[in-house]
Write a protein that binds this ligand. Structure first.
Ligand SMILES: [Zn+2]
Length: 75
């Protein structure tokens, strides 16, 4: 059930997109117990995802505002 740091990183990325299976999440968790390096990576990775989501949400809102503005002025 042992995985390498590289595999742990891949599973961590999949987890961010909710694509990791239960078994993969379990293997990742086991790996994190013994690996400080990956623990830091996983933490940063989920922070990054949160940032991306917030940024994208804001971007979409601006885009929609823009569309509305364009619609208003194109008639
Ligand atoms: Zn590791």
């Amino acid at each position: 059930m042992k995985i390498t740091c590289q595999e742990a990183a891949i599973i961590s990325n999949k987890k961010e997109y909710k694509e990791a299976s239960f078994k993969e999440k379990l293997m990742l968790r086991f790996h994190l117990i013994g690996c400080v390096l990956c623990t830091g990576f996983v933490k940063k990775n989920s922070q990054l995802t949160r940032l991306f989501r917030q940024a994208r949400l804001q971007y979409l809102t601006d885009e929609e505002k823009d569309k509305m503005r364009k619609n208003l002025f194109s008639h």
